[in-house]
Ligand binder design. Sequence first.
Ligand SMILES: Nc1ncnc2c1ncn2[C@@H]1O[C@H](COP(=O)(O)OP(=O)(O)OP(=O)(O)O)[C@@H](O)[C@H]1O
Ligand SMILES: [Mg+2]
Length: 461
Amino acid sequence: MTSEQALPPYFNINPNTALGGLGAPTTTEDFARIARACEAGRADLASRGLEDSGGRSLRLFSTWEITRYLIPVATGHFRRVLKQNPVLPQGRSETTGGAKWFTFDEVLRLRAHFAAEGSKTKEYLPYRPKGQPAKLAAVANFKGGVGKTSTAAHLAMSAALDGYKVLVIDLDSQGSMTSIFGGTVADEWQTVFPLLARHHARHLQGENQRRMDRGEAPMPLDDTLSDALTARSETLIQKTHWPNIDLIGAQLNLYWAEFQIPVWRMGSRGWKLWDALTDSLSEDGILDQYDVIFLDTPPALGYLTINGLAASDILLVPLGASFLEFDSTGRFFDMLHATFGSIEEAENMAARALGRDGLAFQWDAVRAVVTRFDPAQQAELAALMQAYLGPTLSPHRQGFTALIGQAGEQVQGIYEADYRDFNRETYVRGRETFDATYAAFKQLLIGSWHRDVQAAQQAAQ
Ligand SMILES: Nc1ncnc2c1ncn2[C@@H]1O[C@H](COP(=O)(O)OP(=O)(O)OP(=O)(O)O)[C@@H](O)[C@H]1O
Ligand SMILES: [Mg+2]
């Protein structure tokens, strides 16, 4: 009998028992029921982590954390400066004489004070050339679950901690980034969709003008496109619980854009759909209001991703150090070549015929980034990937950390977690790996801004 007990569970399944556990066949209606159950559970979970006001709130920051990670001053000096300047935020402590804690708004004020009054040799504010537009960074890979959203969210938070003004744009109708930043999005009209529609509508208006100039009747705009003409980026941007991170959110209806965009494009071949997002943000002055804009994309190379990639200056492609992810990422680069190559080819044929300049997409930097790295298991594969990809693979590998994934609804990732909830060693290591991911990104950011500054200076000479 013992040998039968030891059999794996897929032997000897009784058909009657199997039938009994099967339940009735599933219909389309059942999907709605399941979706409602998920929605109710989600609302329950969300309500547990939320404040009475219903909003998400950011934790406090201690003197240790501020002087260790955010404002490069010695703790003693920090305390003295606060004492000497009673108008500065003084923080609050849980026990008399205990550590002082500050809101992030207060941290930003303190940083501004040190930048204005402190030693000029110290970097209190991050490099940001005046007069240059924001840099856009997209995180993309058509493979799912490789760490796109985690990477984008952590980069947005670390850039904000570093003092940059950040906008996050969620292009994924799964809306994970939107949840992380506590966004509420009723329908596609509160996503980037109206900006894309407006871009198309303006193009049609231009075509209509040319039609009328030729004495032909204009083509009427449908309701969607007419409504989109009045869309403005400002009305789509939401505040988040981070004082210096704003959001353009996403939800399921944004997926509609994947069907709508090709229909628009079929109707007017001259519409440069890949420019829609950049042009709209730029026209609305958004690129002058932020320092860095992060785009999270869906695990697909659809029209939204193409738009996001075409808009971006820096492209990060996360992947795990596993054979399947390496393999599929190779095919993603193949797809990027085919997609952008065919857009360029078609445009350049038209441009040559009209004697105009051709189109050549260009990114300041493209880097593959190893995520969820386990040095005990994956060192060999990562070394092989590095050998083949060379400088395209960022040398920093983002470590696997227990600090991600186990956090609750309110806390998203390591920058929002209170370090007292973790073993200090685990916290320091987890934080180190994301700080290093940010440092590698910041290197690209500063380098590409600096290249623009130099180009502008040369052009002015
Ligand atoms: N450095 C890390 N350490 C541990 N877990 C991680 C790390 N980065 C990401 N994860 C986990 O891996 C899973 C997938 O991550 P994420 O959602 O960021 O991937 P994605 O590429 O955005 O997925 P999708 O393709 O569905 O958009 C999540 O459960 C996340 O918590
Ligand atoms: Mg994602």
